[in-house]
Design a protein around this ligand. Structure first.
Ligand SMILES: Cc1cc2nc3c(=O)[nH]c(=O)nc-3n(C[C@H](O)[C@H](O)[C@H](O)COP(=O)(O)OP(=O)(O)OC[C@H]3O[C@@H](n4cnc5c(N)ncnc54)[C@H](O)[C@@H]3O)c2cc1C
Length: 384
């Protein structure tokens, strides 16, 4: 690995470094580096295996519900995503979605909801999904139109959600819908919808650049008991944003893991490839590229773990998480591109590690707030 000294940085406690080393060893034994024809089956197997290994306990809050601590440890979450992403984008995805999909329950669920869902998420026996985006409401999420009409002790959902990770394989979906308590963001609520509920269907499966389960969901007069609502009516937008606040920094960490892997691959290639009677690494042009890659990685790591550490100190990290996500995802794209270039023709051969990374990194610059949205958040904080 290109650099493990960062585990000595003051952001971490000794338990973090120990956990990272144990997970790395586990991933070497349990995570496949090869593409699988059946991505759904692979994801299900990864969730099961991460659960059996005890790793999913870090994705949920509350020790009595199977969590490793009463609050989500952001630094642990980030180190785990970074480590898994270095091995496999899909392993990182399977881990991260258990956390994002159940995050609203960890933060705002009732004891009964936590008991029913978090325990199964932590053990890897239930797969979670987070359903916020809609065809006409992505970056402008408060424009959502999926409706939740309150009818006695039930909410009746009508509308669509799209780009939903784990769509089609999840056991439950945390769905955000317009419940109408007020205009705009104040009129949204969050509901837990079990797979198989009448009136809820997977309308379309969506294939993307780096395969992972993704779907468009459709709700038609779908009746949900009000006991499945998370928090009060009208609190859904706040709940979604609080959940994303935890996980946005972890997207930066996943990008960092991918960049570190690309760096490892590039170093290996540059020091072994012979041309013009010397190694690729002996050329100053190559050295300049390697230096830029390493500096981009360290800058991203510093921003990522600053945001994670601050959050673990109980501080607001809106600005820091946005900076980390923007710098780490954009930086990783550049680092991976430079690694592909160093590999020459081999860099674009299907399923070569750098080719896989080149496809895997792309969506991270878009989801959980595209780079432009992060820029707006940072500027808004500056201009307050
Ligand atoms: C692989 C993948 C997995 C996903 N998983 C989930 C999930 O599990 N749950 C979920 O709810 N959603 C998920 N999403 C959806 C994701 O969050 C949205 O795609 C994202 O928020 C962007 O929304 P959009 O696609 O509608 O793009 P749009 O909102 O149409 O934005 C398009 C582009 O416009 C630019 N842009 C946006 N705002 C501005 C601005 N103010 N000024 C200038 N330019 C701007 C950005 O470059 C942006 O990429 C996923 C998406 C992908 C690709």
């Amino acid at each position: 690995m290109s650099d493990i000294r960062y585990l000595d940085w003051p952001f971490f406690e000794p338990r973090h470094a120990q956990m990272q080393r144990e997970l790395d060893t586990w991933a070497h034994e349990h995570v496949s580096q090869h593409a699988h024809a059946d991505v759904d089956a692979e994801c299900r197997a990864l969730v099961k295996s991460l659960g059996a290994g005890g790793w999913l306990r870090h994705a949920v809050a509350g020790t009595i519900y199977g969590g490793s601590a009463d609050n989500i440890d952001t630094r642990a979450l980030c180190l785990m995503r970074e480590t898994l992403a270095r091995h496999s984008g899909l392993a990182d995805f399977a881990f991260a979605m258990q956390g994002l999909g159940s995050g609203a329950i960890s933060l705002h669920g009732t004891a009964a909801q936590k008991q029913r869902y978090l325990t199964r998420v932590a053990s890897g026996t239930a797969i979670a999904a987070f359903a916020l985006s809609e065809p006409e409401a992505g970056s402008d999420v408060a424009a959502m139109s999926c409706a939740a009409r309150i009818d006695g002790e039930h909410a009746v959902l009508d509308g669509e959600k799209t780009w939903i990770s784990n769509g089609g394989i999840a056991d439950f979906y945390v769905v955000f819908a317009r419940s109408g308590e007020a205009e705009g963001a104040r009129g949204i609520s969050a509901f837990i919808v079990d797979a198989g509920t009448t009136g809820f269907e997977i309308a379309e499966r969506i294939d993307v650049i780096a395969p992972h389960p993704l779907a468009r969901l459709k709700f038609s007069s779908c009746r949900i008991p009000l006991a499945q609502r998370i928090g009060e009516g009208g609190q859904g937008f706040k709940i979604a944003m609080r959940t994303l606040d935890v996980f946005r920094t972890s997207v930066a960490a996943a990008a960092l893991g991918m960049a570190r892997r690309a760096m490892d691959e590039a170093l290996q290639r540059a020091t072994t490839r012979q041309m013009f009677k010397q190694r690729l690494a002996d050329f100053q042009l190559t050295q300049a590229s390697l230096a830029k890659m390493a500096t981009t990685i360290d800058s991203a790591a510093l921003l990522t773990y600053r945001a994670a550490w601050l959050r673990d100190q109980g501080q607001n990290v809106t600005r820091e998480a946005a900076m980390a996500k923007m710098a780490a995802t954009e930086g990783a794209q550049q680092v991976i591109d430079a690694a592909v270039q160093m590999f020459g023709g081999r860099g674009v051969v299907s399923e070569q590690p750098v080719e896989r990374l080149y496809r895997e990194i792309r969506a991270l610059r878009i989801y959980e707030g595209a780079t432009e949205v992060q820029q707006l958040i940072i500027a808004r904080e500056l201009l307050k």
